[in-house]
Design a protein. Structure first.
Length: 238
């Protein structure tokens, strides 16, 4: 245990909730932590960010459509005709996306968290390659090829991807995925529908979106690499 890690009971007291709620937040990826044996230690940075989100004066996480519009368009710098139409990147929304480029990088540990519902599972390592080849998945985080641009090595021991809800349900049944807080499969259910959902899942993620995945990672080295990639991807917009 390091001095700055927080046990679940203390985290619960700071949030004013019970320990079961803190464990649920860890499982959902809304809090980050490290498991030592059977004990969870909560990352104080993610705890502070979560408390910030919950305070009315601290601002709120972005609506899913705004978060995705910002990440896909690089804060309105790269707006294709499709993005302009699908996400209505015009006038006031465009001005808001441009303004988001000025947010602190560490704000993105929580600012875009509503863009997807994060589910973590465990499966047999031998299944990972087959699972990754299934249609309807867009690699995220360390599984995205652009992770190499952040100086990270793509790992075959874990798999991380975005998908729609139906695809996730199908994969859970097909591969008998078991919910696990520190599992080897992360599936992110995109919180959009229709043409907006199709725009997110229709092509590989841009570097800015991958950077946010990495920034949110529980591993500090990965998070730091995500911040570096974020700076590079948003260059000229900050």
């Amino acid at each position: 245990m390091t001095d700055n890690q927080i046990v679940v009971a203390d985290a619960a007291a700071l949030l004013g909730v019970n320990v079961q709620r803190v464990r649920a937040l860890l499982a959902a990826g809304e809090l980050f932590g490290t498991k030592v044996g059977s004990v969870w230690l909560v990352d104080p940075v993610s705890l502070a960010a979560y408390r910030h989100v919950r305070q009315p004066h601290g601002g709120r996480a972005l609506a899913p459509v705004t978060a995705w519009a910002a990440l896909l368009s690089r804060f309105a710098a790269d707006v294709s005709p499709e993005l302009r139409e699908v996400f209505d990147v015009k006038d006031e929304r465009r001005r808001r996306l441009v303004a988001l480029a000025g947010r602190e990088i560490d704000d993105w540990r929580w600012l875009a968290r509503r863009r997807a519902n994060v589910h973590r599972y465990e499966t047999r390592p031998a299944y990972l390659e087959r699972l990754a080849a299934r249609p309807g998945l867009v690699p995220a985080g360390l599984s995205a090829t652009t992770a190499s641009a952040a100086g990270l090595t793509e790992t075959s021991a874990r798999f991380d991807a975005y998908a729609d809800r139906a695809t996730i349900e199908r994969l859970v049944a097909e591969f008998k995925l078991r919910p696990a807080e520190d599992g080897n499969v992360t599936l992110r259910g995109v919180a959009l529908e229709g043409t907006q959902l199709a725009a997110v899942l229709g092509s590989p993620l841009p570097d800015l979106a991958v950077a946010v995945d990495l920034i949110e990672d529980r591993d500090e080295r990965t998070s730091a690499a995500g911040r570096a990639l974020f700076r590079k991807a948003s260059r000229g917009r900050r």
